[in-house]
Design a protein around this ligand. Structure first.
Ligand code: C2E
Ligand code: MG
Ligand code: MG
Length: 631
């Protein structure tokens, strides 16, 4: 078997480490037995291990069997001279490292140059001087041992370097994979942190960061100024509550898409959560840009959304804040756009407003409103007024609508449009609703008992969507009306279109339950929402109250007139009664009469009145004895 130099070196290490005192093995090759004997004796005396060979071929066999540590090699031998033996040994890597010391007689034709050329390490001339032989042998053994050790150390070093390099490469690879993984996670995290999951738009965090970046840039350079549009969906809560979250989500996604399509390069839209969006723009004239964009948004929302096969219209309210250069912090732009948006909401649906400093005061007032409203409820400061509802043809009062009033000690009358949304958001609407219902029932009972007329009048009470959707609404309602001993045939409940949109089984069950108890159901503000006449047919509804926004244009627009006439006609074919709200002029009343409208309500007939004023109104009005029992 071939011996590899590495393993020889390894052996040397092992040999060296495991047997530090091992005896060097010397092979003496000489065809003269006396020389062999002499040298063997000399070296054995020094405790070397000696092997002997009488010819070149024997020597090669001995080396192949077990490579010695050193060879003393005669040159002149009959079968194979020393040069050839040495050459053979040097060509084999397993034996090349064995030092060969040539033995030459003085008479031999010894070629020193050749001796070194074939790989000889040294030579000793005969007759031998014992001390010289021993000295040379020792030197070469030591040199060989040192060489072997160095080789072994080098090999070990190489092995370790290889091992370390490999380990390092592995560690590097692991590190690279870890870095890649971390980068991926980081990107995912950034995506989560910066993006709105539902719509895929950037979120508030991303928007605020970009706003701050652009804002700072305008302070450092002559860059165009920024403007922020704060957008809030009108009555989104109603859609969500009545049609369910799935449709609500669908609407948000479609709305986000539609808004995004309106943007120009460099403008950024983000979803702030819920139904709130914000747009950031930068322009030489940011106000004009913002207004133009708000107009585009309003126009785009005139088209309906098709959600799960249902046609839905939605409006938004927009607040605009423009950086005039006076702002010290970018987030104040957002705050002001938000405030302006709330102001826009008070103007009704689908408006935009630009922020002005007077709005700060208003925002603070809204914050205080909740606390004050709670106090007003505790102190029984709220009141109920009643607006007469009369027969369109005869003018006889058949009922009235109960409307809540909040006379505030310092602010005067707070309009319901201001505090009802706050009450809905805080849940106070339940308490307010129960208060109005109690007052109204007691009041209508008193009026019907006190008056010596044949027809009872009804009272119409507003119910908010939030109230109906509150758990236990029906139980509380039944409890209340039973406690009051209410005549439920004189009670109508007005519910805005939102409740009907979803017509969830729960809502329908509640409405059917109310009707079973003789309570009539009115759709309030009809025409402003999403209901279509055809599906109202399937719902437990008795009366449609056409919103005042349809009545006001009757003075000029014949087109609107045709629409109102059509609504009245279709409602009648579905056995529903019609009340026109907000009738202010005699022209409007006449047209409504022509269209066959059943009942009217509005400033033309009477403003919302106190109980005393209603009694006065009633006593004059009911002198007319027309038969209004159909209502
Ligand atoms: P609504 O139920 O549609 O009530 C009719 C509103 O139109 C009342 O406003 C009434 O004063 C006003 N109005 C009546 N006739 C005319 C007219 O000829 N011209 C004009 N321009 N307006 C007229 P109000 O009292 O300010 O109430 C506003 C809204 O607040 C109500 O609209 C209703 O949605 C809500 N609300 C009022 N009271 C209550 C309540 O007790 N509970 C609930 N949930 N909502 C209420
Ligand atoms: Mg109403
Ligand atoms: Mg109304």
């Amino acid at each position: 078997m071939e011996t590899h130099p590495a393993s020889a070196a390894q052996r040397a290490i092992d040999h060296d480490q495991s047997q530090p005192d091992s005896v060097p093995d010397i092979l003496i090759v000489d065809d003269t037995p006396e020389n062999l004997k002499l040298l063997a004796a000399l070296l054995a005396a020094e405790s070397y291990h000696i092997r002997k060979a009488l010819s070149g071929s024997m020597a090669l066999k001995a080396v192949a069997a077990d490579p010695p540590d050193l060879i003393l090699l005669d040159i002149m031998m009959p079968d194979m001279d020393g040069y050839s033996v040495c050459e053979t040994l040097k060509t084999d890597p397993a034996t090349a490292g064995i030092p060969v010391l040539f033995l030459s007689g003085l008479s031999d034709a010894f070629d020193k140059v050749r001796a070194f050329e074939v790989g000889g390490a040294d030579y000793i001339t005969k007759p031998f001087h014992g001390q010289e032989v021993l000295a040379r042998v020792r030197i070469h053994l030591e040199a060989r041992s040192a060489r072997t050790r160095i080789e072994a150390i080098n090999l070990e070093l190489e092995r370790r370097v290889r091992e370390r390099t490999w380990a390092l490469e592995r560690a590097n690879n692991a590190l690279r994979l870890e870095i890649e993984e971390r980068q991926r996670l980081q990107e995912q995290l950034m995506e989560l942190v910066m993006r709105d999951e539902l719509t895929g738009l950037p979120n508030r965090t991303a928007f605020t960061a970009e706003l701050a970046r652009r804002f700072q840039a305008t302070r450092l350079t002559q860059a165009d100024r920024v403007a922020v549009l704060f957008i809030d969906c009108d009555r989104f809560k109603v859609i969500n509550d009545s049609l369910g979250h799935f449709v609500g989500d669908e609407l948000l996604v479609s709305l986000a898409q539609r808004l995004q399509n309106l943007l120009q390069p460099g403008q950024l839209i983000a979803r702030f959560g819920g139904d709130e969006f914000a747009i950031l723009l930068q322009d030489q004239d940011p106000l004009a840009q913002a207004q133009a964009l708000a107009d585009r948004v309003m126009t785009a929302l005139q088209q309906s959304f098709n959600l799960s096969g249902r046609e839905i219209f939605t409006n938004v309210s927009i607040g605009i804040a423009v950086d005039s250069g006076d702002y010290s912090r970018p987030e104040h732009l957002l705050r002001d756009a938000d405030t302006a948006m709330y102001q826009a909401k008070t103007m009704g649906r689908g408006h935009y407003r630009q922020f002005d400093t007077s709005m700060h005061r208003y925002a603070l007032q809204t914050l205080e409103m909740e606390t004050e409203l709670r106090r007003a409820l505790q102190n029984r400061d709220l009141q109920v007024v009643y607006q007469p509802i009369v027969c369109a043809v005869s003018g006889v009062m058949v009922g009235c609508e109960a409307l809540v009033r909040w006379p505030h000690a310092t602010h005067g009358q707070v309009p319901p449009a201001m505090f009802i949304p706050v009450a809905e958001e805080t849940g106070l609407i339940t308490t307010i609703g129960e208060f109005v219902l109690t007052e109204a029932i007691q009041q209508v009972k008193a009026w019907n008992c006190d008056r010596p007329v044949k027809t009872k009048i009804f009272v119409s009470v507003n119910l908010s969507v939030r109230q109906i959707n509150q758990a236990g609404f029906l139980t509380r309602f039944n409890q209340l009306v039973d406690d009051l001993g209410a005549d439920l045939s004189c009670l109508k409940l007005e519910i805005t279109e939102g409740v009907f949109m979803g017509h969830t089984p729960q809502n329908i069950a509640i409405l059917n339950n109310l009707r079973d108890r003789q309570v009539q159901i009115c759709v309030d503000d009809f025409g402003t929402g999403y209901s279509s006449l055809s599906y109202l047919q399937k719902l437990p509804v008795d009366v449609l109250k056409i919103d005042q926004s349809f009545i006001a244009p009757l003075d000029e627009s014949t087109e609107r007139g045709e629409l109102v006439a059509a609504i009245i006609h279709i409602a009648h074919t579905m056995q529903k009664r019609i009340v026109a709200e907000g009738v202010e002029t005699i022209e409007q009343l006449n047209k409504l009469k022509d269209f066959g409208c059943d009942l009217v309500q509005g400033y033309l007939i009477a403003r919302p009145l106190t109980t005393d004023a209603i009694e006065h109104f009633l006593s004059h009005n009911h002198q007319n004895s027309a038969d209004v029992s159909a209502f």
